[in-house]
Design a protein around this ligand. Sequence first.
Ligand code: NAD
Ligand code: ZN
Length: 351
Amino acid sequence: MSDMERYGKILYGGLRALGDELGKEEWRDARYFILLDENTFQQCLAMLVTSVGPLEEAEFIEVPAGEECKSLEVAAQVWQTLLESGADTGSVIVNLGGGCVCDLGGYVAAGFKRGIRHINVPTTLLAMVDASIGGKTAINFGGIKNSIGHFHQASLICIEPGFLDTLPREEFVNGQMEMVKTAAVTNAALYQTLVDDSRSSVFNSQLKEVARIKNRIVRNDPYDHGIRHILNFGHTFGHAIEAYRHLPHGIAVGIGMRVAMYLSVKKLGLAEEVYDAYSQWLNGQLLTTHYPLPTFNLKDIEQMLPLMHQDKKNADGELRCVLLQEPGAAVIDITVSDNEVRDAFLQLAKG
Ligand SMILES: NC(=O)c1ccc[n+]([C@@H]2O[C@H](COP(=O)([O-])OP(=O)(O)OC[C@H]3O[C@@H](n4cnc5c(N)ncnc54)[C@H](O)[C@@H]3O)[C@@H](O)[C@H]2O)c1
Ligand SMILES: [Zn+2]
């Protein structure tokens, strides 16, 4: 079995499936350390350890919630705790949390004793469909997000939608935006159901479908040299919006996707109705959060353009981004001029 086949196995059957999996021979001598933050300690730990027998005796290590935990200092504290507890190469880190805990825990696992196994148990929607899948681990360093990290595949990823019951609305919308993104660049039918159909009865199957798609893409391009780039749809603009307006990542990406769709209409002939329908859906979602659709004047856009140009995807000083020919059909590396970007951002003022 190759590493890619063995690692990154997704358990769609939730905690029950995780319990079954950890009963297998390869986990017999494992010693488990559950990494969590104060929110997942309160909301998720009891459900995990009461549902998954082998984790009943696990030790747990708490780190600060959110981006604060993705630091070298916190990583060092976790390594220290592991050493003091006598952790060895057979130890396993179980990340119980959102993308921040998963990124930190994967990073810690990649470095400890030259690499130990870790299991992701994502508890936010964003982590279930995105951050827990694909082996990217990272901390923030030198004031730059995700600047230090490794590729280190989780051995298992357990998708348990039951954790979402306690997730704050805004965090939910953050994840929804990344779901829509992944569907928009890969699967027209799924994209349509996501923007048309908010019935909760189909939500869990949509969630799992998006996780499957992300998994398929990262398996085809584990080190992010090619096809994985399509997952950056909306991100060149989203990252700039996130930094400039201090918006949560997913919400900023949702707005960035609207900018990218407008450019797609202009440059690749995406149907205007797709852009209109998306804009309407986006507005509806934002209304359920504390973040109304922002608008940008030319002065704002001037300040944001350098942020877009420093995006790592660009070469030769030109802005290159992922655009859509139609839902499900993305094209990478489309060159976009500053003037086209100005025009697309100004459209946001039309509501
Ligand atoms: N590695 C990757 O491929 C990848 C991909 C996308 C994003 N990321 C990273 O993911 C991070 C963002 O992840 P996130 O959006 O999950 O945020 P997060 O991890 O900060 O979680 C958001 C908040 O929700 C709380 N929370 C988590 N689960 C909960 C639950 N079930 N009930 C109540 N509260 C809960 C957390 O404590 C936190 O306060 C970023 O650092 C980003 O860089 C990584
Ligand atoms: Zn993203």
